[in-house]
Design a protein around this ligand. Structure first.
Ligand code: NAD
Length: 345
């Protein structure tokens, strides 16, 4: 695939490859570059004479120190504004490198080679960059879409099962949001998707990313339909918080949340019950547990009320009537309790 998305005044070109190694640097087209990776991805670097910054793994790396290490490497080249910072890693590495690129000389070139499924179909596209500070996630950041995103599905072979399934839930979510054939293809190719077949992923990942691409193109500043991408997230985030962050992988919580969104939409009389059942079967067939019980419904509802996407005093839930027909609505507390109570029995 070779596709370009327009994000405000900037263009992001997405290419995907079914090769088993990262092709050496035509990415930076012969110009100077700095590579940013972590221990999990350094082994995939192509031969390069450019400096390589290897950051620690995990969310803790999203800090100023990492940004300054990238900037120090850029200065050591020295990289001009036409030089490229190239991230090879998951969402963490991509977010750090993108933020560093947005502030280095007020913005230099940026290429992302996402290495987790989540970063391939979500974090790499859309222009959000950032680091954490204090107890705040992504509190320091900028809007800076990458010039290039290069997708190499072979990278996913070494990803843990938990991380893979966590990203896969968002791929399945994209298939619900669009009206095209992604849903049917994911149903038909479940085994090869779970086996991480490179040729199959090389087809499906760019199509999943394109769902996000079309939405962020239509709504780059998050005024409207970008919220559709949060299908299942309000319910899912609250479950993640209640269980304690890190207990349930994000994607599993999203899958559970989508099941609740389907039930809530049905109880509201908006969601086609046959579609709700089909969605639950779809996620269950991929092995997601949709039946986690809520230990304390009152506490869970308190967490929902504090959702950061709350507007004008109300939490708007992302719901669906059927595939490709997504809408936002507040939900009465009694309806929420009923949906959650069904799980407690
Ligand atoms: P991550 O980057 O922490 O990667 C997860 C783990 O997998 C890490 O330990 C990493 O070292 C390892 N890993 C990465 N690639 C690997 C590979 N190919 N093989 C084996 N191990 C590998 O997590 P993530 O889920 O990719 O991203 C989460 C981050 O993305 C969060 O910080 C979140 O805020 C951010 N994010 C950003 C956006 C955005 O729009 N910018 C969107 C969603 C999430």
């Amino acid at each position: 695939m070779d596709r370009t998305f327009s994000l405000g005044p900037r263009r992001t070109r997405v290419r995907s490859f079914d090769s088993r190694s990262i092709l050496p640097d035509d990415i930076a087209s012969g110009k100077a570059a700095v590579w940013v990776c972590d221990d999990a991805t350094r082994g995939f670097l192509p031969d390069t004479k450019n400096p390589v910054v290897v950051l620690p793994r995990g969310e803790e790396a999203k800090n100023w120190d990492s940004v300054l290490r990238v900037i120090d490497a850029a200065l050591s080249v020295p990289l001009g504004r036409d030089g490229t910072i190239i991230a090879l890693g998951g969402g963490v590495i991509c977010d750090i490198a993108a933020f560093a690129s947005s502030v280095y000389m007020r913005g230099c070139e940026l290429a992302l080679i996402p290495s987790t499924l989540l970063s391939m179909i979500d974090a790499s596209l859309g222009g959000k960059t950032g680091i954490d500070y204090g107890s705040y996630k992504n509190i320091i950041g900028s809007f800076y879409p990458a010039r290039e995103i290069l997708i190499y599905p072979f990278l996913l072979k070494t990803l843990s099962e938990t991380e893979y399934l966590s990203g896969l839930a968002e791929v399945l979510k994209h298939a619900l949001i669009e009206e095209g054939s992604l849903f049917e293809d994911l149903r038909l190719r479940r085994n090869t998707v779970l086996e991480r077949d490179v040729a199959v992923l090389n087809d499906l990942i760019p199509r999943s990313l394109a769902v996000k691409g079309r939405i962020v193109e239509a709504d780059p500043t998050e005024q409207g339909i970008r919220a559709h991408l949060n299908l299942g997230h309000t319910f899912g985030h609250a479950l993640e918080s209640q269980l304690g962050l890190g207990v349930l992988p994000h994607g599993h919580a999203v899958a559970w949340g989508i099941a609740r969104a389907m039930e809530a939409g049905t109880a509201l009389g908006e969601t086609d019950p046959a579609w709700a059942a089909e969605v639950k079967d779809f996620f269950a067939s991929y092995g997601y547990n949709l039946d986690y019980r809520i230990p304390d419904i009152g506490e869970y509802l308190d967490i929902i009320q504090r959702d950061k996407k709350r507007k004008n005093g109300a939490v708007n839930f992302v719901l669906q009537r059927r595939r490709g027909n997504t809408f936002l609505a507040p939900l009465p507390v009694e309806l929420l309790k009923e949906v959650l109570r069904r799980l407690s029995h």
